[in-house]
Structures are given as C-alpha cells and as structure tokens.
Write a protein of this length. Structure first.
Length: 425
C-alpha cells in the first residue's frame, strides 16, 4: 500500500510538472508571437486627452465602419469604454490601456501600414519612431487633424454630410481604389468630421501635387442669387483693374456668378479643364503660385517641375494611372449621375512608388433628378441649368500633357531606379 501511495504521489507530481511546463511554453510562445508582431508593425501610439480635459474614453461617440469594399476596417466596442484589452499571457502590463480603435494591417505588395483612428478630432497622437510633418496642399487651414498612423480627420463643409456620403459611396464603387478609404464619420465639438485614409502613409517623404479638376469649381446653387455684391467687385479689381465693365464700375458691385466665371477664366480651368493648385517637392516649400497660369505651355512647364525628380518610368507610371482612372470614370454610372465640382486629383511619389487619388467631394452633387436623362457628359460647355462640369475635358487635357512630358524624356539608363505604381485594391 505504501508503494502504491508513493507511485500515485509521484504520478501526480509528474502531471503537475508537465502542466506547469505546458503553461510556461505557452507563455513563451505567446510572448515570442507578441514581440514578433511588435517588430512587424509600427509602434503603438498613445491617445492623449483632448484639450480641455476630455479623454477619448469619456466620449459617447464611437467611430465604426463596416465596408466590404474598403481596404481598412476601423471600429470601437461600445461596451468596452473603460475596459482595457487583455494582454497576452506572460506579458507584464503597465498603465491601463485607453480606449482605441481596433485596426487591421493593410498589406500592399509587402508594404505594411498600421492605421489607428483617434477617438476624437484634436486628440494628440504621439509616435516615438514614426514621425512626419503634415503637409496640407489645399483646403482651409485647420480643417485637417492627424488622427493616428495612416488616418486623418477632415472637417466637413457647412452643407452637412455631403462629402462623407459621397466618399462612402465611392468606396463601394468601381472607383474605390482611387479614393481614400472611408473610416467613419462623427460629430465632435459642434462640428462634423470624416475619418479617412492618410494617403501619404504609403510613401516615405512623399512629394505631393494638387490639381483642381473641371472647367467650373463652383456649384450652380452658389451662383443663382443675382444680388450685387461690393466685396466681389473689389476682389475683381484687385486681380484685374481693367476687367469690370462701365456699368459694373458705376455700380461698384457684381454678382457672384460674374465673379466666379471671371476667376475661372483667369486660370487654366477654362482653357484646359483643370488648374494646378499646389505642389511640394524635395528641397522646397509648398508652392501655390499657379492660379494665374492659363496657357498650355505655362501649365506644362509647371508640371515638369513636379515630375523632374522622377525617372521616366515614374512619369510613365503616372500616365498609366491617369489612363486607367479615366477609363473607370467614363464607365461609372455614379460619375455620370453626379456633378463633380471643386474636386482634385492628388499626385504623390517617393523614391520607389507613384500614385494618384481623387479627393475633395464637399461640392459633389447628385443630378439624377435635376435634369432630363439624369446624366451629364462632363465634356459639354457649361451654362446655367445643364450642370456640366468639364471634368472629362480636363482629364483628356491632363493626359495629353503628361504624355508629351513622358515622350520628351530621355530613356532611363540601366542604373536608374524603376518606379512602380501604387494601387491599394
């Protein structure tokens, strides 16, 4: 009996030792896996409190999207506002983790981008290893906030939720790979915001260019008011003292339609269907002095400045991007049924990749119920009531000029780096 008791005790001890070893090995494996994930991803950022003392966890507004066509999904758990996520076994935890959005890693030809959307616009997101200066090429100052790695908050226009609705619909269309990811919308501090992909996150020290598309950058509803305005007359005189007619000089006032058509005529919007808004290239500050360029040769020389640091393969990459995008646009029912005014094409390149995206949809308007047939050509001249915007005229002009620049470039030698296009679909 004593021998049997000793055997049973020994067996129990062995089982306990085996269980302890199993737990230890599981902890070691989980710790190794966790460390491997940390090396593959960008470092975790901390979401600090909002100015005024509000913490992200105290907000009742959650950011959430569930878009099957979107390349990134971002969500927060409404039931876990003050609950920190459990740490893997074997890992010591320090301060409790604050509420943050969950993120899926986005892989692009071996290029990994971690995206984390801060809970509220204005939250301070701190990164110890991945920092970059935010470059805003267009739009009103202060309408963008960096929301975390790979994410931006953009303030919506006074009209309401137009841009969020259009961006969400484009994310679900055939054009989804040529627009920023829609990552949610919310109201904060009395303002409406859109969470969207930060397109610069795919590039290292990227060079950007903003091109405003179309022969018209104002909505028809903006110019139907025939009220005479002295402020617009003064703006016109400052730009061109010889422009006002005798009657306008006598009234010292003009309508908004008169001013807006004058302004478009002063740039290449009327002559080419697009105008260069701004560019930022290596070794220089952001340049926005292009709005008075109206002739093809002037615009072409300005575009050459932007393309100059690129190899010929890089210019070809942009040309192929434009041609592919234009084909998708002409085939898109969504495009035919919307007035695209005030929208831009964003060009970005670095030492390896090039890419183009459609941005700025705050004035995009559905016109299906506004005119017979419910569609526009995007090529016909505009007159009040036909909603034509000249977008396709601008695409054709832009493709022609970029093609000329490409064909005029000397062939790359064998040591020149060959740029590739970046399509995130």
């Amino acid at each position: 009996n004593d021998e049997i008791g000793e055997l049973e005790c020994s067996s129990q001890q062995q089982q306990q030792q085996q269980q302890q070893q199993q737990v230890f090995f599981q902890q070691q494996q989980q710790q190794a896996f966790f460390q491997q994930q940390q090396q593959q991803q960008q470092p975790r950022e901390s979401v600090e409190s909002v100015p005024g003392g509000e913490t992200p966890g105290s907000s009742n507004d959650d950011v959430s999207t569930n878009n099957n066509n979107s390349r990134t999904s971002v969500s927060t758990d409404e039931h876990s506002e003050n609950v920190a996520p459990a740490a893997p076994a074997g890992i010591r935890t320090g301060k409790p983790l604050k509420k943050r959005a969950t993120v899926r890693i986005n892989s692009i030809k071996g290029h990994k981008v971690t995206r984390k959307l801060s809970i509220n616009p204005g939250d301070t997101v701190i990164s110890n290893q991945h920092k970059r200066d935010f470059v805003q090429l267009g739009g009103h100052p202060g309408c963008f906030h960096i929301a975390g790695p790979g994410c931006l908050w953009k303030q919506q226009a006074k009209e309401g939720e137009v841009e969020a609705k259009v961006l969400k619909e484009l994310n679900e269309s055939s054009l989804h790979s040529y627009v920023p990811d829609f990552m949610g919308a919310k109201e904060h501090d009395g303002k409406k915001w859109i969470g969207m992909e930060d397109l610069m996150c795919h590039f290292k020290d990227g060079c950007g260019m903003d091109i405003k598309m179309g022969t018209r950058t104002f909505k028809e509803s903006e110019v139907k008011n025939q009220k005479l305005r002295t402020d617009l007359y003064e703006k016109m005189v400052n730009l061109d003292p010889k422009e006002p007619t005798d009657q306008e000089n006598s009234d010292r006032a003009i309508t908004k339609l008169r001013y807006m058509t004058f302004r478009e005529r002063e740039s290449s919007s009327q002559t080419l269907g697009f105008r260069l808004e701004a560019m930022k290239i290596w070794g220089s500050e952001t340049n926005k002095d292009f709005k008075t360029l109206k002739h093809k040769d002037q615009v072409k020389n300005a575009l050459k400045i932007y393309f100059n640091p690129l190899s010929k393969s890089g210019v070809e990459g942009f040309l192929r991007e434009l041609e592919n995008l234009y084909q998708l646009q002409t085939e898109s029912t969504f495009f035919k049924e919307h007035e695209f005014v005030g929208t831009s094409l964003l060009f970005i390149y670095d030492h390896e990749r090039v890419g183009i995206w459609m941005i700025d949809f705050g004035k995009t308007t559905p016109i299906r119920d506004m005119l017979d047939g419910g569609q526009i050509t995007h090529t016909k001249p505009w007159k009040l009531g036909n909603y034509e915007d000249g977008y396709f005229f601008g695409m054709e002009s832009l493709i022609t000029i970029v093609k000329e620049i490409y064909e005029e470039r000397e062939d790359d030698d064998e040591n020149t780096y060959q740029h590739t296009t970046l399509r995130v679909n």
